[in-house]
Design a protein. Structure first.
Length: 433
């Protein structure tokens, strides 16, 4: 039986596994490395966060993005946007340098089993784990507007569903949303020969300002400090004090997670967007109808007048909803037994990221209603990884010592099916992100 199985091999899963292996835990890491970044972001996208705040977390502080770029003869500079492809490659390099070997399997289900968990995969026999950390990224939690859900699937998609936008060349595409994903998707569509139109409920678009220099006079730096989530004291609190956020009342945490660091475009994108993309601002979507191979959107403008927009396709850049109900790989009975953070639908967590079910840990987006908006960004992995692994060690200590000596991951071991009475039937596949 493994000490810890980490499900998901993005920035959070890789960081947790690196800390766990360094702590001497018997850890296995399941998933496709950096899958969301490699498979679900179009060519031409850039990292919105600053390179120095986009590091994965190793226990010795090494294997940073800057170190990776140095090995390639390039630099990751403050104030210079970094291509998503470079960041994805950095994550793959980190996986080779700092993490246990990643087992690229598809997890079907996580179920309680005795004093631990049974982890079923599509590729081999089930695994037994004393603890499990779910770091599944954002893909299970995509949000689509209700009005689109009656459309045939070919008529609409989520912004995370596109690796290549060139297929829309020559087509009218309605892009829904007002955040970075919507704005950058629309700009990329225009640059690749499509005819996008942005539709947003907001009456105006917000744009981040050009970042201030890292080296500034002391008083200026004190008045407007840098942080991993931006400049200013409010951003600094969300970035540097997630533990303090967790001690707030649940309704306050929910509100912070839902509203802090709201939709805004990167400063370097503004000119590209405004030169090429028309926008219908203050427009609300209330109806969507398929008309032949096209989609007709019924909108309401700020004056309450009905507006019709006809498009070849609709891309919803409408974010993600951190709700346990969307996490199909987690046993339904276990899922329903978990205590949630207020009314959020996300798990309530201890300071060590453990849920109300002993031995079940969470990382990433699902932890935002407990620890705040930092958990929506790569920067949050640095806060999460070490604390979660310490929580795992406390849980393992509470359960008593494991037979044998601890060690790094040993891929290929699995529980024998014959030793697992009552293995539950399979659920639909859930792909790891």
């Amino acid at each position: 039986m493994d000490d810890l199985v980490v499900i998901g091999a993005g920035p959070y899963g890789l960081s947790i596994a690196a800390h766990a292996a360094a702590a001497g835990l018997d850890v296995r890491l399941l998933g496709r490395p950096m899958a969301s970044w490699r498979d679900h972001m179009p060519d031409g996208m850039y990292l919105k966060s600053e390179p120095w705040s986009s590091n994965l977390s190793a226990p010795d502080g090494r294997h940073t993005l800057a170190e990776y770029c140095a090995t390639r003869g390039t630099t990751a500079e403050h104030g210079t946007p970094l291509p998503i492809g470079t960041f994805s490659a950095y994550g793959m390099w980190f996986a080779r340098q700092a993490a246990p070997e990643v087992e690229e399997v598809t997890v079907l289900e996580v179920t309680p089993q005795g004093d631990g968990f049974l982890v079923r995969t599509a590729e081999g026999p089930p695994l037994l784990a004393r603890t499990v950390a779910l770091a599944v990224g954002v893909m299970p939690f995509v949000r689509h507007p209700e009005a689109l859900r009656e459309l045939p699937p070919a008529h609409y998609s989520h912004s995370s569903g596109h690796r290549d936008l060139s297929r829309f060349e020559g087509h009218e595409v309605a892009v829904l949303g007002a955040g970075q994903a919507a704005l950058e998707t629309a700009a990329l569509l225009a640059e690749q020969g499509a005819r996008p139109c942005l539709v947003a409920r907001r009456s105006r678009l917000n744009w981040n300002s050009v970042p201030q220099p890292l080296d500034r006079p002391p008083l200026r730096a004190l008045r407007d400090p840098h942080s991993g989530l931006g400049t200013g004291w409010r951003s600094w609190v969300w970035s540097e004090l997630p533990g303090a956020v967790r001690r707030l009342p649940a309704p306050t945490r929910e509100r912070i997670a839902a509203t802090a660091l709201g939709p805004a475009g990167a400063w370097w994108l503004r000119d590209r967007f405004e030169r090429r993309v028309p926008a219908l601002l203050g427009h609300r979507l209330h109806r969507a109808v398929a008309v032949g191979g096209r989609t007709r959107l019924g909108l309401t403008d700020p004056a309450g007048t009905s507006v019709v927009l006809d498009a070849s396709h609709v891309i919803a850049a409408t974010g993600f909803v951190p709700e346990l109900a969307r996490l199909g790989l987690l046993d339904a009975g276990l899922r329903s037994a978990l205590e949630t953070a207020g009314q959020s639908g996300a798990p309530e967590l201890t300071p060590g990221f453990e849920s109300s079910w002993p031995g079940l840990f969470f990382a990433g987006l699902l932890t935002a209603p407990s620890f705040g908006p930092s958990m929506r960004f790569v920067h949050g992995a640095g806060f999460t990884a070490g604390r979660l692994v310490r929580g795992v060690r406390r849980r393992l200590g509470a359960r008593g010592p494991r037979p044998g000596s601890p060690g790094a991951a040993r891929p290929g071991r699995a529980a024998s099916p014959g030793s697992l009475p009552g293995v539950p039937p399979g659920h639909p596949k859930t792909f790891l992100r």
